[in-house]
Design a protein around this ligand. Sequence first.
Ligand code: UTP
Length: 461
Amino acid sequence: MTEQDLLKTLENYGQYHILDHYRTLAPHQRQVFLETNRELDLRLVFDLFRQFSKKGHAGHARTTDIGPPRIVCIPRSACEHDDALRARSIGESLLERQKVAVLIVAGGQGSRLGFEGPKGTFPLSPVRGKTLFQLFAEQVRALSARFGVTIPLLIMTSGDNHEDTVRFFHGNRHFGLAPDSVRFFSQGVLPAISPDGRLILRDEVHFYTNPNGHGGSLKALSDSGLLARLIAGGYEELFYCQVDNPLVRIADPVFLGHHSMMDAQVSTKVVRRRSVEEKVGVYLDVDGRQAVIEYSDLDEDHMRALDDQGGILYWAGNTAIHIFSLSFIRDLNSDGFALPYHCAKKSAYVVSSDWEPASIDVWKFETFVFDAVPLAQRACCMEVAREEEFAPVKNKEGPDSPDTARRALIDLHRTWLEKAGVEVPPDTKVEISPLFALTPEETAEKLRNRQVAISPEVYIE
Ligand code: UTP
């Protein structure tokens, strides 16, 4: 976009306060203003503003028919166990044939955790204090070694944490991964807007912007050229997870296998909702298609519905662990970007017109990755045990905090040791390195002829 184009666009959308401000800038500042803002999709923001300003706009399509979806449940019967074994061997074959890449989305602002620096650099593991990034990178390293392949690790950052994230991996020598197998790409940003439709300045030369949501990963992957490179390299499936869940089983072969057996374009892991109040997205059948609805968008009746036995009828809570077929991501980008935008109405601390900090109302636009589910022709949903795979770090303390995630890791690894026949006294802190084992079966196998010295802190490597 040239200077003329940018100024014309601002004029067309009545942004005279920005044009007035622009005229006060010195030539070198104008240059920076142009360079930093020319990539912003202002037309999209004003279209969204118009859309969300319409009276009665619900933010998303109203649903008419909600029901329980088809879910691959945790195996109980012999037949279900056989299915899981078949899925595992299909998933392992995908890994062996180098068809799988891994994406961790880490572009969020992590405001609830209130940690200085990217969330992935938070020291989390209970004994060694390994960071979230290290825990994931070591899993990728262990899987790559086991299957004798390169599993690309893609990390989505945002403008605010990109440099710090890249520096962190370099400083830690990519945790033993081949440097060129780790790829960083930044998600897009969109300017926020005031409720009366005015763009907001963050400083003399920048608009106040926000990352475009985790759904932006599916766009940025394509825009960055990485998607095309993966496809050209013969990769077919993308394992997707969030940076905040240390229990995630990266590229779980059973999950990959079910995805493949159903010929799914997208797959999702779910856990049983703790209560009807839990703030978690719900996996449902909506108008004949599978979908995830955010807890805040689901009406009370469905949120609280119980089955005949008094259990939660719509029990499947979204873990934000997915597999996407790369061809599906390509389709989502083939005619513009297919995911719908949501509008978050929040207050933000910004500079006011006389450059004094002030709290004002802003509208932020973002996309959610799970909105890809109903766009798929075929979707697969698989239940997993919460205590084995889901302990997100969201808050500084209380529920979903570093303390609860550490506790979950200790409890999980304790059960792995116990299944391997090792007795662990209560209050013992346990941590098993991903480089030692990724599953309870592997732990038992490797500990068969080995004594484990028990101390208050047990680290198995
Ligand atoms: P959350 O919705 O928990 O947001 O993101 P957050 O930014 O990490 O934390 P709060 O709400 O400010 O406290 C879930 C996952 O999606 C990623 C986050 O990095 C996290 O892994 N995410 C979120 C992005 O990558 N980009 C975004 O724009 C938003």
